[in-house]
Every structure is written in structure tokens, then in C-alpha cells.
Design a protein around this ligand. Structure first.
Ligand code: 6PG
Length: 250
């Protein structure tokens, strides 16, 4: 059974900084050990605070981005530059603000009919391995427990061999995507799931308590660990006092 852990950021405001620290720890270990850091970035909005923290000090002057290779855990099948593209958000918040060589950012055109096979080939070419072992795969998660573009009840969750799949029925728009599969994700040394907010925290704790019917419950790196980064519980006393109807009319 792979190691599962929860890391709690001190506050919502520090969530991105904690994520950046965890990213940097993996980067330092990988570069010290193997001279390269292979990472997959998450889509959605959750990684953006972490990305912005990585552009600032102390990381700005500490990271040698020429030793970092970036992939994307999933991408939406829309044109380059489209607001829905995960790589666009990553360039705006991170990749466009650091000195990373363009050849170190590994992408395929998700609109190509064989984009999944092309990305799979690029992975195998880069890693020189049949099942690539990422140092770090950063993932987001949805309120339904989906991660990357692996959604509840979809056949892609049970893919036993492919590293990357094209899907056409994402319940989260847009419907067409390419996504890392569980065989690839679970080959990573470290899977970091960014789970901000109370709803995602609750679902993470349910999964750690044994819930199995959601995709994030399938995260189980064979020779690695999965870490869920959550925000602190919001104690009831810190909730703003509900205004009485009368007070609101005053
Ligand atoms: C995507 C993402 C997806 C995302 C979650 C969380 O392409 O949509 O890969 O898995 O990470 O839906 O999205 P937010 O971070 O925006 O809540």
C-alpha cells in the first residue's frame, strides 16, 4: 500500500506557498540525485497560487530551470491560446515568468486526432522508459473526486496499460481532453493533490477514512507517495455571525 498523507496549510492565504515549498523540496532532491526534475503540472485554478509563489523569491534565485522538464497532467482539446487551455494558465502564472528553455516544456497539440499517442511517445522518448517515473505529478481535484481528466464512472479510470488517453465525455467542460492515466500517475515518486476549500478537504478526509468510489481514491503510487494539500478546517466560531432578517432590514 503506498503512503498516503495529508498536509494542512496554516491558512487559505498560505496554501500556494506551502505547495511551492513541497514542489521545491522534490526539485532539490531530484536534481541532487539525478540532475534533472521531471514534473507534471495540474490544470484548473488550484495550482495558480503555487505557480505564482515559485516565480518569487526565494525560489526565483534558487531554481535552475534548465534542469526542469515540464509536462501537463491533462489538457483540454481546444486551440492554443484558448482561455480553457491548461498550458495557457500555466504560462501566465509560471512558465512565461521563469527562464525555462522552451524545449523543456513538453506539449502536443491536443487537437491532433492522435494527440494521446503522440504524448505517450514523447513521454517514453524523454524518460527512456516504458513507464515513466515522474519526480512529481501535481494534480487538482474536483468536488466529485475527479483528478486530471479522470472522472467517476468513466472507462478511462480502469485503463490498465496506456499512459495517456483521449476522452470525449468530460462532465466538466470542455468535453474533449487528453489525460494522464492511473498507470502513469501511480508510477510517480510523489503525487501532490491540491485540494483547497472546505468541500475538497471533506472529500479528502472521507477518502483517507476508506471511501473508494471516487477517482482520487485510486491514487496509489506503486513506489511512491500521494500527498493531499488541504486548507485548515474553518471552526464554526470564525464564521461571520448570520445577520438576523430584522438587522438586514434596518
Ligand atoms: C482540468 C483539471 C481538473 C482540475 C480540477 C480542479 O483540466 O479541469 O485537470 O482535474 O484540476 O477540476 O479544478 P480547480 O482547481 O479549478 O478547482
Amino acid at each position: 500500500m503506498s503512503q498516503r498523507e495529508v498536509t494542512e496549510a496554516p491558512s487559505a492565504e498560505t496554501f500556494g506557498f506551502v505547495g511551492a515549498r513541497l514542489f521545491f523540496q522534490d526539485l532539490q532532491a531530484a536534481i541532487a540525485g539525478r540532475g534533472i526534475f521531471n514534473v507534471a503540472l495540474a490544470g484548473g485554478t488550484s495550482p495558480q497560487a503555487m505557480h505564482r509563489a515559485l516565480v518569487e523569491e526565494p525560489y526565483r534565485s534558487e531554481i535552475d530551470w534548465t534542469l526542469v522538464h515540464v509536462f501537463f497532467g491533462d489538457e483540454r482539446c481546444v486551440p492554443e491560446g484558448h482561455a480553457d487551455r491548461n498550458d495557457r494558465a500555466a504560462f501566465e502564472t509560471l512558465l512565461g515568468n521563469i527562464p525555462i528553455p522552451s524545449e523543456n516544456v513538453h506539449r502536443v497539440d491536443p487537437l491532433l486526432p492522435d494527440a494521446d499517442e503522440r504524448l505517450e511517445a514523447e513521454l517514453r522518448r524523454h524518460f527512456k522508459s516504458f513507464v515513466p517515473e515522474f519526480d512529481l505529478i501535481v494534480l487538482g481535484m474536483g468536488p466529485d473526486g475527479h483528478t486530471a481528466s479522470l472522472f467517476p464512472g468513466r472507462a478511462s479510470l480502469d485503463e490498465p496499460f496506456r499512459l495517456v488517453l483521449g476522452i470525449q465525455d468530460s462532465p466538466k467542460p470542455p468535453p474533449e481532453r487528453i489525460t494522464f492515466t492511473l498507470p502513469l500517475i501511480n508510477a510517480a515518486r510523489h503525487v501532490l493533490v491540491l485540494a483547497p476549500g472546505a468541500e475538497k478537504r471533506a472529500l479528502v478526509l472521507q477518502v483517507l477514512a476508506g471511501r473508494t468510489d471516487v477517482p482520487i481514491a485510486r491514487l496509489s503510487p506503486t513506489n511512491g507517495r500521494v500527498e493531499f494539500l488541504v486548507e485548515p478546517d474553518t471552526p464554526p466560531e470564525s464564521q461571520p455571525e448570520p445577520k438576523s432578517a430584522i438587522a438586514e432590514m434596518a
